[in-house]
Write a protein that binds this ligand. Structure first.
Ligand code: PLP
Length: 411
């Protein structure tokens, strides 16, 4: 085999549902040199990361930290650490990622109950309440924004419901954190996990997460410190958390002043996660979210201006991803391929029943920008025309300009 050259990716504008083009500042931070995992610089940086993500999650939770994995790993860490085999969990399902929570909770040995809404809708609070009555769960596990359908589940009333049933509230905020309001403490969420590769504007591979004192109590009651690092007086549980890598009690110890060794910290990812949060908080969380809403609205208007029908309940659309139906007779994958080949722009399709039926266009992180929105719409118009779609000339870009003008911003 001849030696491959140095990595040299083509220029791309990632306008799909994630991953998105990383913020240049994040990439720059990730090129900083490594230090040892217990170097005072590193432990200080870990403390900074905790404080920064308290800002992003809008929480006072002491246990706010990074899980070294993609977002799916953090879901697994939360559920395997909260749920013992036989515990009941209720999962409202409105798309692929609700199914993922069901899958993961099932593998934790939990008794999984579901309440489903058709894809493209959200689950009504009354339906969740009725299911809680039957399931009496220990955990209500909910996806905030299900990227597969682009629907954003309202959290109004969920804390009251959980209090009524003495239940923990877990949220997968992978697709929404940063770009949509998610005030963890104000909404009474006990555990929330994310990923960097969407609104947070970084690459996948680090998962910010936060846990309320109530969740921490449940997790710590299961603490079992592994042999080899265990000291006299350290607990060993009768029913330890079923995963070693995702054992949150041990991960908490690692992030605590005791710095009990668990895994080797993914230092470069931590640098990246730190910069993502710095970018957000420097702009201001409110302004960052507002930017996602504004460019998301312009993209939604522009796609409609191209004559594409928006998919799903628009009242509950996530700010940062827009799904549109692929016109009858058009090969959606061929359009995506040409958009990538000719313009270097990536958009997504979806999963399961929506594979090949919708395109999903993301407006996230660094890409929540006017030029990214307008370039995507102009390119899509050109490609659609080449695929025989009768597109109103300039319809996408003009509609986006009109949306910007309507909200008082000039494009
Ligand atoms: C809502 C949601 N949850 C979980 C995941 C899984 O994330 P990851 O691929 O980083 O493991 C995704 C990925 O797209 C997602 O959109």
């Amino acid at each position: 085999m001849s030696l491959p050259g140095p990595i040299d990716p083509p220029a791309r504008l990632l306008m799909g549902p994630g991953p998105i083009t990383a913020h240049p500042r994040v990439l720059q931070a990730m090129s900083a040199q490594l230090v040892g995992q217990y170097d005072p610089f590193m432990t200080h940086a870990m403390g900074e990361v905790q404080e920064l993500y308290r800002g992003v999650f809008e929480t006072a939770n002491a246990q706010t930290l990074l899980i070294d994995s993609t977002a799916r790993g953090a879901i697994e860490a939360a559920l395997v650490s909260l749920l013992e085999p036989g515990d009941r969990v209720l999962v409202p399902v409105m798309g692929r990622f609700g199914h993922l929570l069901v899958e993961i909770a099932g593998r934790c040995g939990a008794e999984v109950h579901t309440v489903e809404a058709p894809w493209g809708e959200v689950v009504p609070l009354e339906a969740i309440a009725a299911a809680m009555e039957t399931a009496r769960p220990k955990v209500l596990a909910m996806v905030h924004g299900d990227t597969s359908t682009t629907m954003r589940q309202p959290f109004d009333g969920l804390r009251e419901l959980c209090d009524r049933f003495d239940c923990l509230l877990y949220a997968d905020v992978t697709a929404t954190l940063g770009g949509n309001p998610f005030p963890t403490d104000a909404w009474g969420v006990d555990a929330a996990t994310a990923g960097l590769q969407k609104c947070l504007g970084g690459p996948s591979g680090s998962a910010p997460a936060t846990f309320s004192p109530r969740a921490v109590e449940v997790i710590e009651s299961r603490r079992s410190i592994e042999a080899g690092i265990r000291e006299a007086g350290d607990p060993t549980a009768a029913h330890p958390i079923r995963s070693n890598y995702f054992d949150l009690a041990m991960i908490f110890d690692y992030w605590s002043p005791r710095r009990l060794n668990h895994h080797t910290e993914a230092t470069t990812m931590l640098y990246g996660a730190r910069e993502c949060a710095r970018v957000i908080l420097e702009e201001g969380l409110g302004s960052y979210q507002e930017r996602h809403a504004r460019h998301g609205a312009a993209m939604a208007a522009g796609l409609a201006g191209l004559g594409l029908a928006r998919y799903g309940d628009q009242e509950h659309r996530m700010a940062n991803v827009v799904a549109v139906e692929i016109p009858e007779g058009v090969d959606g994958e061929a359009v995506r391929r040409q958009l990538l080949a000719d313009f270097g722009i990536e958009i997504g399709t979806s999963f399961g029943p929506l594979a090949g039926r919708v395109w999903r266009v993301g407006i996230m992180g660094w890409n929540a920008r006017t030029d990214a929105v307008l370039a995507t719409l102009a390119a899509l118009e050109a490609v659609l025309r080449r695929h025989g779609v009768r597109v109103p000339p300039g319809g996408g870009v003009d509609a986006a300009y009109a949306a910007y003008a309507a909200d008082g911003t000039t494009a």
